[in-house]
Design a protein around this ligand. Structure first.
Ligand code: MG
Length: 247
């Protein structure tokens, strides 16, 4: 190898090394360092989550309309069952944008002929945006009202429902709407996984859930999370945790 080739080779290597190093470091961000948390199994709450229901009591909950101790049933297996007619339950604390984990189980056995009466409940983010809960395993109904629907607004992308009597999970990312006084600045968005499967991909919420007519927004700040009491075959919950996320 001639001296000329050797020198040009070294120059070329230096040029590319120097070039890539300078260019790449310019776009490296080193702070703030993300807080270290302990995450374990997908269904186990990470260390920075707020545990809303751990199977022991209703200490984080009150009845939806009367702010009393919920009359739902706590079971020996660490779950709770909706008692129809006693009303929905809501968290004592209010939330904005959140990551939420909820596990739920529909009823085994004879089904109601009306599809919407088979273990109907729902998770209402900020008391008004419903992620539908229903036994949607071979229980056809209007698709924007089946399990995983943002009720009457967005049908789930797929039906990943398990059989009646099997525990299921929702993992939710909810971005709270933003208002300037009464004016909507930014709508709410949902991303939802049911049993680990993506069923809602950053869908835009059109307003508060309504069963009749079209949804519309009413300006609000942080509000509680509500679990619905809907007349139906029993529905149980367990392992509910939430993480606040910054907007
Ligand atoms: Mg419902």
């Amino acid at each position: 190898m001639s001296i000329y080739k050797l020198v040009s080779g070294i120059l070329l290597i230096n040029f590319f090394l120097g070039f890539s190093q300078d260019e790449s470091t310019a776009t490296e961000i080193w702070s703030p360092i993300p807080v270290k948390i302990n995450a374990s199994d997908f269904n186990v709450a990470p260390s920075d989550a707020i545990i809303l229901f751990d199977g022991k009591d209703f200490s984080n909950w009150v009845t939806q309309y009367s702010n009393e101790i919920p009359k739902w049933k706590i079971n020996s297996d660490g779950s709770m069952t909706v008692i129809n007619g006693t009303g929905g339950i809501k968290t004592i604390e209010s939330y904005g944008s959140v990551q939420l984990h909820v596990e739920w189980k529909t009823s085994k056995g004879i089904r109601n002929k009306k599809p919407q009466y088979n273990s109907n409940s729902g998770v209402f983010l900020q008391q008004q945006y419903e992620l539908q809960i229903l036994d949607s395993y071979e229980n056809p109904t209007y698709v924007n009202g089946q399990a995983g629907a943002i009720y009457k607004q967005h049908s789930p992308m797929v039906n990943s429902s398990k059989k009646p009597g099997e525990w299921q999970s929702y993992d939710v990312i909810f971005n709270s709407p933003v208002f300037d006084k009464k004016k909507l600045i930014k709508p709410a968005f949902f991303t939802v996984f049911q049993n680990g499967v993506l069923i809602q991909n950053h869908v835009e919420v059109q307003g508060a859930t309504t069963n009749v007519g079209l949804p519309k927004y009413n300006s609000h700040g942080n509000l509680p999370l509500v679990l619905q009491d809907h007349p139906s075959l029993p529905l149980s919950f367990r392992n509910i945790w939430i993480r606040k996320i910054a907007d």
